[in-house]
Design a protein around this ligand. Sequence first.
Ligand SMILES: [Zn+2]
Length: 261
Amino acid sequence: MAPRRTVAVIGGSGVGGILGDEPRQHRLATPWGAPSGPIEEGRLGELRVLFLSRHGPGHTIPPHRVNYRANVDALRELGAEAIVTVSSVGSLREELAPGSFVLPSQFVDLTRQRPTTFFDGGKVYHVSMADPFCGELSAAAAEAGRRAGAPFAEGRTYVCVEGPRFSTRAESAYFRGFADVIGMTLVPEVTLARERGICYVCLAMVTDYDVWAEKPVDASEIVATMTKNVARMRRVLAGLLPSLAREPGCSCARALDQAGI
Ligand SMILES: [Zn+2]
């Protein structure tokens, strides 16, 4: 296979502007509607880098209203072979304090009302999700974190909830039985990327303890932690993205080979 030439970043809150002041912008439609906003394009050496703000310009689209299919499809249309996402999460573990960086390796999907597949009829596909994240991207991200002095807690489980509300105390206690961090945006982004044969990794930043810790969640506190983390996350991305311009050693691009009925 040829080296990767195009890599996309989907940013949650806070990491816009990684491609400089006036990047080229793509506005496109997909069979699933419009993506969250214009897709920016820039360059890092030989690598084309695309950037999409998940919640749209001005952060106006809540997690349950993001058009995940349009976002992933538009990035694929523009040539994305890998997607790196930056997402804020709540912590379900004492040791994952606000400010921690986490690399999930598994997820539990508790979303309720989102279209979760590109294959809604016609040919039927069941893609494998045993290992939902690209192993190669995960290893590269872990290395980039260490080099940037912002090591990731690896091998954690992300529970994805519908939102946009936060958890009840009972829910939070329940989630602690099987997950380490909680968020609202991973699914179905990760599954759609797999269906399109795109490598995918989630760089999660802990912004707060979920309600189990009896430290009430406050949206302004989350924004303050995000702001502090953005500079560190930019350093991680600056190390990670160029390292992806190599021949893929993973099987993500062949996800559909054995999945069709
Ligand atoms: Zn991969």
